[in-house]
Design a protein around this ligand. Structure first.
Ligand code: S3P
Length: 425
């Protein structure tokens, strides 16, 4: 994929549905009694992997584009899959589903693509083992494939060393099948979509500070879910409109959950002109339209408790830092090393290729911005967020950007390049 600057970004765009919320709508809908109707579902490959896994366990799911009906069978309605469950590239699918599978009365094996088979699963295996779950890494390397012997679980408290919504959600879902209350404490608050949605489905779940607890065996009831636009996808258009002079772009219906909106706060600290319009707090998940105008940006420090609220936006924030005046320091983000790629290494490699002075640290990056940068050959390392980040960088670079593995955007934003072209005019 060759990308080069054409014109400022103008007009408006509806952002596709939130990936995390779309996954959860299928999972919780499958465990609920009755039908769950989902609108603005994300049709990216990751969420389709979740649908495929539940279909394999006997759940009838009707999907027509972004409209999905899940005919739930209750907490004990899943049936044993006849073959290995395939989560594709989706960490959310493997980790959340493992929590559910641990409490079933059947055995299962779950795995995914090459990348997934390298991502750490001990972070869920350890707390699940503390609930007396029987889960093993088939190759003994702490990664998928995971073999799960389903059984009755034991309620527990887990102090998680990482602020991870996937770990937290896995434990809470296992907690639905435990013999007592299960609770998780995180070092900082990670995205709370599971808590909000489980409550909406009727679960007995409570949050207090950094701790969430769930009481087992509630009846989940099918419901209607309107998925807001994904702020993690909006992030690329926010960045593009900020970077390209003369841009003014309205992004419609973007989720602004406070556990996900760190990028907005950091952009504002960098001097970005972003206005929230039509804020809607009527659903559990708040959303708004975002009006973004091109802005002169300055460097910023990113670290501490804000990191989990913008963890997936750090690659595109690193691109913004490359064009901002001064030196940006990103710290407390070691989690970037275990995402779809080692995002610290891959961002450092690719930012260097476009002429940006950048240094990798153990838990972040130091980026010196403000130079004129140039197009180059970029390797996405088959990471969707790297491909989209450099497609945006291309708009502010001289020359052409040649993105290898550009098609990987299919994971979270299949129409990304078409949408980008549609607003560059
Ligand atoms: C997700 C949580 C985050 C995020 C991922 C989606 C989720 O991962 O990076 O893209 O849907 O729960 P961690 O919870 O492991 O940080």
């Amino acid at each position: 994929m060759i990308i080069k600057y054409t014109a400022p970004l103008r007009g408006e765009l509806s952002i596709p549905g939130d990936k995390s919320i779309s996954h959860r709508s299928v999972m919780f809908g499958a465990l609920a009694e009755g039908t769950t109707e989902v609108t603005n579902f994300l049709t990216g490959a990751d969420c389709l992997s979740t649908i495929a896994c539940f279909r394999q366990m006997g759940i009838e799911i009707e999907q027509k584009d972004t409209h999905v009906l899940i005919h739930g069978k209750g907490l004990h309605g899943l049936k044993a899959p006849s073959k290995i469950l395939d989560a594709g590239n989706s960490g959310t699918t493997v980790r959340l589903l493992s929590g559910i599978l641990a409490g079933q009365n059947f055995d299962s094996v779950i795995t995914g693509d090459e990348t997934i088979q390298k991502r750490p699963m001990k972070r869920i295996m350890t707390p699940l083992a503390g609930m007396e779950a029987d889960i093993t890494s088939v190759l003994g390397n702490g990664c998928a494939p995971l073999q799960i012997h389903g059984k009755k679980l034991h309620g527990t408290h887990y102090d998680s060393p990482v602020a991870s919504a996937q770990v937290k959600s896995c434990i809470l879902l296992a907690g639905l099948y435990a013999d007592g209350i299960t609770s998780v404490t995180e070092p900082a608050v990670s995205r709370d979509h599971s808590e909000l949605m489980l409550q909406y489905f009727g679960a007995d779940i409570k949050s207090s500070g950094f701790t969430v607890s769930i009481t087992p065996e509630p009846k989940l009831t099918g419901t209607k879910i309107r998925v807001p636009g994904d702020i993690s996808s909006a992030a690329y258009f926010i960045a593009a409109a900020l970077l390209v002079p003369g841009s003014e772009l309205l992004l419609k219906n973007v989720g602004i959950n406070p556990t996900r909106d760190g990028m907005l706060r950091i952009c504002q600290a960098m001097g970005a002109d972003i206005t929230l319009l039509n804020e809607d707090h009527s659903d559990a998940e708040p959303c708004a339209d975002l009006l973004v105008r091109s802005s002169h940006l300055k460097a910023v420090e990113i670290g501490g408790d804000i990191v989990p609220t913008l963890i997936d936006e750090l690659p595109i924030l690193a691109v913004l830092a490359a064009f901002a005046d001064g030196t940006t320091v990103i710290r407390d983000a070691a989690e970037l090393r275990v995402k779809e790629s080692d995002r610290i290494a891959v961002m450092t490699e690719n930012l260097s290729r476009i002429g940006c002075p950048v240094e990798a640290t153990d838990d972040g990056m130091i980026i010196t911005g403000g130079r004129q940068l140039h197009g180059a050959v970029i390797d996405s390392h088959m990471d969707h967020r790297i491909a989209m980040s450099f497609a945006v960088a291309a708009l502010a670079c001289t020359g052409e950007m040649n993105i290898q593995g550009a098609e990987i955007v299919n994971i979270s934003y299949p129409e990304f390049y078409e949408d980008l072209a549609s607003v560059c005019r």
